[in-house]
Design a protein around this ligand. Structure first.
Ligand code: C2E
Ligand code: MG
Ligand code: MG
Length: 286
């Protein structure tokens, strides 16, 4: 992207933040033991009248580069904490996972600030999980201090996209993570690739040995779901179960999914949720 196009995009993002034009959608993460909802992952959405829908994988790194990431992070935190309250009022008490840039963790007072935000709104800190991805420029080991502070406050920590890029097994031992999210590249391959199966199994066993949970990301087919269950993963997330959805769609999804789960893990392939497999974006896609 040209420097001019980047600046235009960042100007648009700044405007969207000011005009409250960003929104969050939420993707359920389910227990692979019984199909119950364990967490939802908040994912930001930005739809610009001129640029159309802009992908977070595109604008989040630019926001990091152009000094907008803290504003985006604070907007996101405020939004998800308020959303938690709305769901609690509806009788849904779940945990919210929030993707956070390692850059935001460089502010020494950030963990205290997050705790104050939770306290201010009366959201228990153990309902919040921060998801972090390692990158070449932001090694997670440098954030040991901030990560430890979050853990002391009861906030969960997930290492995202594990197994690709820069993440290493060593970090699972050194850093106070509570959850490892196995990258969707391994999950995509799992029905045909022995290597992917071995990696998922090894990461899951190591995670369990160190007291962490293992989540399989990007589950799109029944075969992938069954494979990651058999390999011992605790939680699963992906289009098969649900794409990211609007907050109001969560409660109906919980009811619908409860009925669909037994067929998903049954020996024979039943067609109950099958249309979702054929059309992964299904009726729930936003
Ligand atoms: P991520 O945290 O690893 O999120 C998973 C991405 O995979 C999401 O893309 C999600 O929509 C997509 N996904 C979920 N299930 C499936 C599936 O079954 N198959 C496939 N192919 N994809 C699936 P999305 O929403 O475009 O987000 C991309 C990345 O942008 C996220 O990766 C995360 O790193 C970042 N991101 C999203 N929202 C935020 C945010 O609020 N703050 C920050 N700092 N980063 C965010
Ligand atoms: Mg994530
Ligand atoms: Mg991920």
């Amino acid at each position: 992207m040209s420097p001019q196009a980047e600046l235009l995009l960042m100007h648009g993002l700044q405007q969207a933040l000011e005009d409250q034009k960003l929104r969050m959608v939420y993707q359920p993460k389910v227990s692979l033991r019984d199909g119950s909802l364990t967490q939802v992952e908040a994912l930001v959405r930005w739809s610009d009248p001129e640029l159309g829908a802009v992908n977070p994988a595109e604008f989040v790194p630019l926001a990091e580069e152009h000094g907008l990431i803290d504003e985006l992070t604070l907007w996101g935190l405020r939004t998800i904490l308020r959303q938690w309250l709305d769901w609690r009022d509806e009788g849904l008490d779940t945990c919210i996972a929030f993707n956070i840039s390692a850059l935001s963790l460089q502010h020494l007072d950030f963990p205290d600030h997050v705790e104050r935000m939770c306290r201010g709104l009366d959201v228990p800190t153990d309902r919040l999980v921060l998801e972090l991805t390692e990158s070449a420029t932001q090694p997670l080991v440098k954030l040991m201090d901030a990560l430890t502070r979050f853990r002391i406050k009861g906030i969960g920590l997930a290492i995202d996209d594990f197994g690709t890029g820069y993440s290493s097994l060593m970090q699972l031992r050194q850093l106070p993570f509570t959850e490892v999210k196995i990258d969707q590249a391994f999950v995509a391959d799992v029905p045909r690739s022995r290597d992917s199966r071995l990696i998922i199994q090894a990461v899951t066993e190591l995670a369990h040995g160190l007291g962490l949970t293992a989540t399989a990301e990007g589950i799109e087919t029944i075969d992938q779901l069954r494979a990651v269950r058999e390999l011992g993963c605790d939680f699963g997330q992906g289009y098969l179960m649900s794409a990211p959805i609007e907050p109001t769609a969560l409660k109906p999804w919980v009811q619908k999914f409860r009925r669909a789960w037994p067929a998903m893990i049954a020996e024979e392939k039943l067609a109950l949720w099958g249309d979702v497999e054929a059309d992964p974006l299904g009726e729930w896609q936003i």
